[in-house]
Design a protein around this ligand. Sequence first.
Ligand code: C2O
Length: 574
Amino acid sequence: MKLLVAIFSIATIWALCDNVVDATHTGVTRHYKFDIKLQNVTRLCHTKSIVTVNGQFPGPRIVAREGDRLLIKVVNHVQNNISIHWHGIRQLRSGWADGPAYITQCPIQTGQSYVYNFTVVGQRGTLWWHAHISWLRSTLYGPIIILPKRGVPYPFQRPHKEVPIVFGEWWNADTEAVINQAQLTGGGPNVSDAYTINGLPGPLYNCSLKDTFRLNVKPGKTYLLRLANAALNDELFFSIANHTLTVVDVDAVYVKPFETDTVIITPGQTSNVLLKAKPYHPGATFLMMARPYVTGNGTFDNSTVAGILQYHSPLKSSSIKNLPLFKPVLPALRDTSFVTNYTNKLRSLANAQFPANVPKQVDKHFFFTVGLGTNPCPKNQACKGPTNNTMFAGSVNNVSFVMPTKALLQTHFQQNSLGVFTADFPSSPLHPFNYTGTPPNNTMVINRTKVEVIPYNTTVELILQDTSILGTESHPLHLHGFNFFVVGQGFGNFDPTKDPAKFNLIDPVERNTVGVPDGGWVAIRFLADNPGVWFMHCHLEVHTSWGLKMAWLVQDGEHPNQKLPPPPADLPKC
Ligand code: C2O
């Protein structure tokens, strides 16, 4: 009898825990509607019909507080298949709402809709949303602003105003045609025609003066700039002339504040920075500029987006025009040492209120090489890869990921993976080589849909090692469903005997996207506390297209609140 009571009460406790999100859910439910439709947009004197959310470019901002539930109904009115990803949202036990096409869901087909349903748990800062299918994110993106819970202050000076600054890339051409063409030849896709700030290329491009982002400020006031890099293929340096920025958060996690003239931000990353307006005279104007940080040998868009920071003035704009315009000095295109310096400054707050819960002991070690390789050119086809008879391929541990035609999460949930994926992703390279030395002669990859399976609550250490097979290159790796701690980084080959001793397990930065250094490695740790299938890929879209991606499968835990719930009824079908 006693035993029965004990069993009953344990069951009750777990049943209660199952609703743990609801029990602590002090937030409200916020509804959004995303109508995916075509819209004519003109930039650089070039008008094209682009895929938008609600006709807006860039797309609408999502605003929520930590703890809120979001219900976002996406209705597809265009010919393309669509799926939307909420980049950086943890999606605790809500993997069905994560969004990458053929990973967590089948795409939303023309005329169909899907309600993304998730709760923002333990996160506050800036994230962003974007399409997660082909290259549609070139026009389908927008910021997600997560305010702290009501009554909870920022751990820094309260800003006078908050301003999202989302970087993007503009193509005069249709980006779907650009990537489809590149996939046929296996060559590098055409580069963009401009970078943008909030969709605007600014005055340094031809025919673009009127499409300039302007930020009006008042002397002495502090502004919180919510930065996000939505560019497809370029890491960016960003700076404002004569002004210093204070970095206070990255990827919706607070950091120890530090000052900098320039920010480096990779595609996928976000960062909140404080801008303190000086006692400049009314009408004073300064340029803010962003242009790429370049590694690798590929061609790139070597242009600069500019916006204008303007001090509030009662003067007429005609008299403002005569004032001098100051330009910031950005690091050189290939200034890797600036980037290393900058990333070394990023530290978690690691205090009582915002602890850094770094896994101290590791259950499973993984070593993944990331980089480019090749596939053979199909017979009777003209290829434009690194050689005439090869096509570019991106790979992780020499496996170039093949997109399945059914969604992995569904097949996993239905225990029906046969013919869709295999669970044998290599935990380290099958044929070790000198990763950053003279590259091996054989650059070929294998093309498979493999996942890395890990039990619930595994503590993972993952070394991401850049390769020199086709030249070293920095790769911004993004992990869905988790934040990870960046415990170490370095150049050359990772040394398992010496490097771990230097790991920072005290206050490493916590984030969802990290740059694997050009010709180097980065070490991350995370706790696999979120059951589901989680995509991990280079956030340079061209590399993702080439297969530089893989997926983790985190198994269910024993208890009901450690399991992935069943899919929602409206989950799209393939
Ligand atoms: Cu920002 Cu898998 O994406």
